[in-house]
Structure formats: structure tokens, C-alpha cells
Design a protein around this ligand. Structure first.
Ligand SMILES: [Zn+2]
Length: 138
């Protein structure tokens, strides 16, 4: 089956995929969970067409227990979810890396809260005040 990810156009959709990866869920549960986690409840019009699309692609199966329908990722759908998450984490990783500051003393990388200190005409960044205090500019 060819990979079709063109429907992955926003974070809500991506998040829905991660929810289904955790466990099979009812459509209503998906909406409720998305609302809780993203702070904005999506409409049925956003969720059901997407579930249908994913069913059509073979990523999701639907089973009925009583009145409620449960959606479950297929093996293909799980592989797709893994692939999407992998790519997403690489994007995140790249943006985190851009923010990292290397300590001039010990070389460890700091995401936020680095200590900056001027030495002569240069400014250096450090992971902590003791690194800053023990650094002589070399
Ligand atoms: Zn350090």
C-alpha cells in the first residue's frame, strides 16, 4: 500500500493519531481527549471524516460494540503513526538544538538558564555559576 500522508495537515490530526496509538478509542473519546489535551474540542466534522479517510487508507479499523464504534489502528496504521512521530520528533529536535548553548567551561549543553559572563571583550556562556567562576578565558 502506498503511503498517503497528505491528510496530515494539522496538529489536531497528528494528535488524533497519537491517541489511537495509545489504545483503541470511540470517536467521542477522541474528541473529548483532544479537547482536554489541546485545550480546544474539535468538532465531529473534523474527526469523523478523518477517521473515515484513515479507514480508507487501511490505517484504522472500525468495530461496533453496541451503539458505540471503536476505532483501532491497524499494523499499517501503527507503522504510519511511528513514522509520523519520528519525523515530528526530528523537527522538534532540530528546533531544540538551535536553542542550545554550550558551556565554555565544561562543554555541556544548556537549553535555558545559561550563565553569561564577560571576560575582556568577549562574552561567554556557562551552564552554572561555578563553571563561570572557574573559567579563565582559555
Ligand atoms: Zn559547565
Amino acid at each position: 500500500m502506498k503511503k498517503d500522508e497528505s491528510f496530515m495537515t494539522n496538529l489536531t490530526k497528528f494528535y488524533m493519531l497519537t491517541l489511537l496509538r495509545e489504545e483503541p478509542r470511540h470517536g467521542y473519546d477522541i474528541m473529548k481527549e483532544l479537547g482536554a489535551r489541546l485545550g480546544k474540542k474539535p468538532s465531529a466534522g473534523q474527526i469523523y471524516p478523518l477517521l473515515k479517510k484513515m479507514q480508507g487508507l487501511g490505517y484504522v479499523t472500525r468495530s461496533a460494540d453496541g451503539k458505540k464504534k471503536t476505532y483501532k489502528l491497524t499494523a499499517e496504521g501503527k507503522a504510519f503513526a511511528m513514522n509520523m512521530m519520528d519525523r515530528f520528533s526530528r523537527i522538534l529536535d532540530a528546533s531544540v538544538r538551535q536553542r542550545l548553548v554550550k558551556c565554555a567551561c565544561c562543554g555541556c549543553e544548556v537549553y535555558s538558564g545559561s550563565v553569561r559572563q564577560r571576560l575582556g571583550s568577549r562574552t561567554f556562556s556557562f551552564c552554572c555559576t561555578s563553571c563561570a567562576a572557574g573559567f579563565d578565558g582559555r
